[in-house]
Design a protein around this ligand. Structure first.
Ligand SMILES: N[C@@H](CCC(=O)N[C@@H](CS)C(=O)NCC(=O)O)C(=O)O
Length: 198
């Protein structure tokens, strides 16, 4: 399976950790989404990463769908199957993904929009979404099970990425989450290689 990704991408980090946890080898291809490379667009018309192409040539995206595919292929090694546990993991993962989506928009506002065209009210709204989501993740941290799930991988991707794009924010405002990442890295040296790092 071929994965288009970037080492800094939090969504790609989740998928790469999930693949490693399930024992799946990926043919990993780094891409710059800004350049809109042809092979990425062939795999995903949205030009986003992570994007997967299966061995028989089927495109699979986005990150949660790729994780669902890995979960099914691995006999559910990524998400528990009882109803309550499944709901807890999937909503935790969705909260992480939504936090990244919101904070990523604030990064893109600076990266892609000329200064005179930026609108602080909109950026502030995205920041509030991200911070509310982070508060919920902090409150739900104790729900994470000893068995690794996509919720763990999503959270590790988010917090590693925040350390690159928002240095000091996690440690300063969400110290329990920052400490959780330190523990995750220390306990999972193989997976730690996929955590986005400054
Ligand atoms: N919902 C998607 C979001 C993926 C996403 O936004 N990836 C970013 C990089 S972290 C990207 O590809 N950005 C380029 C773009 O939006 O054109 C997922 O879960 O995979």
């Amino acid at each position: 399976m071929r994965l288009y990704y970037s080492p800094a991408s939090p969504f790609a980090a989740k998928v790469r950790m999930a693949a490693s946890h399930c024992g799946f080898e990926l043919d990993e291809v780094t891409v710059d989404t800004s350049a809109e490379p042809t092979d990425l667009l062939a795999a995903n018309p949205l030009g986003k990463i992570p994007s997967l192409v299966t061995d028989d040539g089927c495109p699979v995206f986005d990150s949660s769908v790729i994780c669902d595919l890995f979960d099914r292929m691995s006999g559910n090694q990524l998400v528990p199957q009882t109803l309550d546990a499944w709901r807890a993991v999937k909503t935790f993962e969705a909260t992480v993904d939504g936090v990244i989506d919101a904070l990523l928009l604030t990064v893109y506002e600076v990266r892609y929009r000329p200064e005179e065209k930026r609108y602080d009210g909109w950026v502030d709204k995205q920041t509030r979404k991200g911070e509310r989501g982070l508060m919920v993740l902090d409150q739900r941290l104790d729900e994470l099970t000893p068995e690794l799930t996509t919720a763990h991988f999503a959270l590790a991707g988010l917090l590693g990425w925040m350390n690159i794009r928002f240095p000091g924010k996690a440690a300063g405002e969400f110290p329990r989450l920052a400490a959780w990442l330190d523990g995750f890295i220390a306990s999972n040296p193989t997976l730690a290689a996929y955590v986005p790092r400054p």
